[in-house]
Design a protein around this ligand. Structure first.
Ligand SMILES: NC(=O)c1ccc[n+]([C@@H]2O[C@H](COP(=O)([O-])OP(=O)(O)OC[C@H]3O[C@@H](n4cnc5c(N)ncnc54)[C@H](O)[C@@H]3O)[C@@H](O)[C@H]2O)c1
Ligand SMILES: [Zn+2]
Length: 341
């Protein structure tokens, strides 16, 4: 399956195909200098398979983890591009998860005001969500994605065969973004989780459909509202509280795990909340026991989505449709006090 994400000034060709990473030339023009950016936990066999297809390829590996989204690593990568005399017509490929995608995309977007960029996502989170939509960023002063850009890869190669080596916890972590996609836009996707959450793994016959439905949902939203003026905000279901949990438990819980907990905390409808809890439990998503409401509120106020004493939150009153609701921060605090304690 393939589709094109069509934006005002850019487009991304998205390929969802088993073993596509073994024939890159079918999708990507590799007749230029190519820098592949990856991390030290991505299996070396995967890196070798990719590099063997690229004549003028340079592989640069960074230390895995969120800390790679930093100024020193960003600068090191820019210097490598300069050292190898890359021009704007040369290509940067992200080979890894969301960290590598965000970092490499930001490098590509700023090097000489933007060079070519493509992505081979290797985690469920990046295949389902982060590799499309154009958000690229690094962190600063402990604030996630504080410095960033919108920059779309020309090609995204989503190949579930690359997921075989992904640790199980990361596998389920990424699936939470697909569950979110089901909640806000796609009832059938939600039903897939309701029926099959306990048996999902890399060989599941439902995995490709889950990824495809999630990507197509994001395509529909981002094409209508690329820069998150309004509609795109619905992708943040579970994220306001999720981000706060993530900041309070950095390096302890992953993004999807925090978003899963955030969805449960914010969801008003009892039946939906019960279903969500059941699904997350079957996907072995940990329940986060955080009872410091004040600290949570501090994170939420610092978050870019909070304005004065009001905040936009996303509410799902019926599976498959989401609403942007303005609520007072003091009311959000009450919800938290009810949910956390
Ligand atoms: N740009 C966006 O729209 C967007 C959306 C959501 C999240 N994000 C960002 O994504 C990041 C999280 O991404 P992630 O969850 O993919 O984490 P990650 O990139 O840190 O990858 C998780 C771990 O899995 C390892 N790994 C990756 N692929 C592997 C494979 N095939 N086999 C074995 N190990 C593998 C990595 O080395 C790493 O240790 C965060 O920085 C978050 O802010 C961005
Ligand atoms: Zn997310």
């Amino acid at each position: 399956m393939e589709f094109t994400l069509q934006l005002k000034d850019a487009k991304s060709r998205v390929i969802l195909e088993k073993n596509a990473h073994l024939h890159l030339k079918d999708y990507l023009d590799l007749n230029s200098k190519v820098m592949v950016i990856s991390d030290d936990h991505i299996p070396s066999t995967l890196k070798k398979k990719v590099m063997d297809q690229i004549e003028n390829g340079i592989l640069v590996e960074v230390v895995q983890g969120e800390d790679a989204k930093s100024f020193p690593v960003y600068e090191m990568l820019l210097k490598k591009l300069l050292e190898h005399e890359f021009s704007r017509k040369d290509l940067v490929i992200a080979l890894g998860g969301g960290v590598i995608g965000d970092l490499s995309g930001f490098v590509a977007s700023t090097y000489k005001r933007g060079c070519r960029f493509a992505s081979i996502p290797t985690t469920t989170l990046s295949q389902i969500d982060s590799s499309i939509g154009g958000k690229v960023a690094i962190n600063m002063n402990g604030i996630k994605n504080c410095v960033g850009n919108f920059y779309h890869p020309e090609v995204v190669i989503v190949d579930t065969q690359t997921l075989h080596t992904l640790p199980k916890r990361h596998f389920y972590n990424g699936l939470v973004e697909a569950l979110k996609a089901g909640c806000i836009q796609d009832e059938k996707l939600f039903d897939l989780f309701k029926k099959h959450a306990h048996e999902l793994n890399v060989d599941s016959i439902y995995l490709e459909e889950i990824i495809e439905r999630s990507l197509l949902m994001k395509k529909r939203i981002v094409e209508q509202d690329e820069k998150e003026q309004n509609l795109r905000k619905i992708l943040n279901f579970g994220h306001t509280l999720g981000h706060a949990l993530e900041s309070l438990h950095l390096n302890e819980y992953y993004h999807g795990e925090c978003v899963g907990n955030g969805m449960i905390l914010i969801e008003e409808d009892e039946k939906i909340r019960k279903d969500l809890k059941g699904i997350l439990k079957r996907m072995q998503i940990p329940m986060i026991h955080e009872n410091d409401v004040e600290k949570m509120m501090e994170c939420i106020r610092n978050d870019k989505k909070a304005k004065d004493d009001e905040i936009d939150i996303i509410q799902v009153r019926k599976i498959g449709s989401a609403e942007i609701v303005k609520i007072k921060t003091e009311d959000l605090k009450k919800i938290l006090e009810g949910g956390l304690l």
